[in-house]
Design a protein around this ligand. Structure first.
Ligand SMILES: Cc1cc2nc3c(=O)[nH]c(=O)nc-3n(C[C@H](O)[C@H](O)[C@H](O)COP(=O)(O)OP(=O)(O)OC[C@H]3O[C@@H](n4cnc5c(N)ncnc54)[C@H](O)[C@@H]3O)c2cc1C
Length: 459
């Protein structure tokens, strides 16, 4: 196959992972090209983490206004302008996207706007027909929302891609799903003034998170006015004059302005040409890779959500960086996916690192649990019922802290720092030996002395 241009690395997708891989590889002196068919920055910057956090901040002023009264403020006559928020968000993500593009340019990476497909183990073609020969190809195409199962009227619903830019504020919102995306948007919109219902098939929210935290968050979400409806699926959606009529599996019909489907995402590998060149895909469509992100075709690598390992921005970035180190930095670098701290940006937040109590009890012989639940100082004065919950999961045989879970204000910030301690192998004794920062909520993490429970696995 003849090529219009030869490069050392062709990156498909200028999101979190792709941009990092391209920049670092170019820094090592490699000739790098990158293709993006939407906006530089990818999901995180354009329609994920960043705009979401802007909306989370916007939503939390509602609580601040309400709670200020307990501290002597008279409540201002507040009103909210959705159009203003959308425009502010757009300005910020446009600014960030431009910074990403400028950084690529500064690093000497050639940015090509348009869709790319893999046409051979060492060949990539752009939608405009331009062909590249590449020593290595990095697939960094991320994931896309998946609407399932298919029911009549599904095209009337939106995904997280569209919710940021709705022309009209949805006064009544149904979020379908029990994962972090559904719950974060539920938390945002209920505070901005929507009537929010969350319907999900299972019985509990946030599969895979610590059970006590899930229960605690369920109670908090309900207390904030969200109608959580477990055990339900959507059977069909119809547009009527008074809104969208959503038929649910309990034979009820809900009338709403928008239906947000947040039932999952799938790796973006469709029509990418990977199968035709022998790249093995898993059943979920993700690219199968080894510890160095290498696919079954030695010249083709995959990083980030398209591999469906741990679908978070910092992970995609780390995988992209490690790939550049491996291919061009003479530093073969595998990525370790153990004890990754993360947060769910509901209000209150859930911050977590390491094993849940359930995971620890099924894998370790002796598990010690330390947990506490309290009303933080701000709540006691403002009259808010919001509680903070904390749990430390300890390997009883070694005293090592194997998991920490926090539900409460700034839990995401705490998780970041707890991540260091857990990653370093801190013991419960190390936590106890750490002096508290007073007065904070986080100080409870180093003052929980009394074990709540010990579980010994039967032989
Ligand atoms: C609503 C939402 C909220 C989130 N919040 C958080 C959070 O708070 N914290 C966190 O860590 N993570 C969060 N995530 C996850 C995070 O966004 C992803 O893990 C991260 O963006 C993955 O990076 P990536 O490089 O793998 O893919 P992406 O960032 O998705 O980038 C892939 C890029 O490839 C492009 N592309 C795809 N196919 C092609 C093609 N054939 N040719 C050219 N370009 C192509 C796409 O347009 C896209 O720009 C969130 C995700 C969503 C949806």
């Amino acid at each position: 196959m003849t090529a219009d241009e030869e490069v050392d690395l062709f990156v498909i997708g200028a999101g979190s992972g792709g941009v990092r891989a391209a920049r670092i590889a170019a820094g090592y002196g490699a000739k790098v090209a990158i293709a993006e068919d939407f906006r530089v920055g990818g999901t995180c910057v354009i329609r994920g983490c960043v705009p979401k956090k802007i909306y989370v901040y916007a939503s939390r002023f509602a609580d601040e206004f309400e709670q200020s009264e307990g501290f002597g403020w008279s409540r201002p006559q507040a009103s909210f302008d959705w159009g203003h928020l959308v425009a502010t968000k757009e300005r910020e993500i446009t600014r960030l996207s431009a910074i990403y593009a400028a950084n690529l340019e500064k690093a000497g990476v050639a940015l090509h706007q348009g869709r790319a497909t893999v046409t051979g183990p060492n060949h990539v073609m752009l939608a405009n027909g331009r062909c590249f020969a590449a020593k290595y190809i990095a697939v960094a195409t991320g994931g896309v929302p998946e609407h399932r199962p298919h029911v009549p009227g599904l095209d009337l619903a939106i995904s997280s891609n569209e919710i940021f830019d709705l022309p009209d504020f949805p006064k009544r919102l149904l979020a379908v799903g029990a994962g972090y995306v559904a719950l974060e948007f539920a938390s945002i919109f209920v505070r901005l003034g929507s009537r929010v219902t969350v319907a999900f098939r299972g019985q509990t929210i946030l599969r895979g998170f610590d059970g006590d935290m899930r229960d605690g968050l369920t109670a908090e979400l309900q207390a904030s006015g969200i109608d959580l409806r477990p055990g339900l699926s959507v059977l069909g959606i119809e547009r009527h004059a008074d809104g969208l009529h959503v038929r649910l599996s309990d034979a009820s019909t809900l009338v709403v302005d928008q239906v947000l489907l947040a039932t999952g995402r799938r790796p973006a590998t469709r029509d990418l040409g990977l199968e035709h060149v022998g790249v093995e895909l898993a059943e979920d469509g993700s690219v199968k890779v080894d510890g160095f992100s290498r696919s079954s075709v030695p010249s083709i690598y995959a990083i980030g959500d398209v591999t469906n390992r741990v679908n978070l921005t910092p992970v995609a970035i780390r995988e992209g960086h490690a790939l550049a180190d491996t291919l061009f930095g003479d530093k073969p670098t595998p990525v370790e996916h153990h004890a990754i701290a993360t947060a769910v940006f509901t209000t209150p937040e859930l911050g977590t690192v390491g094993l849940t109590e359930e995971e620890a009890r099924s894998t370790l012989d002796v598990v010690d649990i330390y947990k506490t639940s309290f009303r933080p100082m701000k709540s006691t004065i403002s009259g808010s019922s919001t509680k903070t919950m904390m749990k430390i999961v300890v390997d009883g045989a070694t005293d090592r802290v194997v998991g920490v879970h926090v539900l409460g204000t700034d839990a995401g910030e705490m998780a970041q720092l707890l991540g260091i301690a857990v990653k370093m192998g801190a013991t419960k004794r190390d936590f106890d030996a750490t002096m508290a920062v007073h007065p904070t909520a986080a100080e409870e993490l180093v003052t929980m002395r009394t074990r709540t429970a010990r579980y010994v696995r039967e032989a």
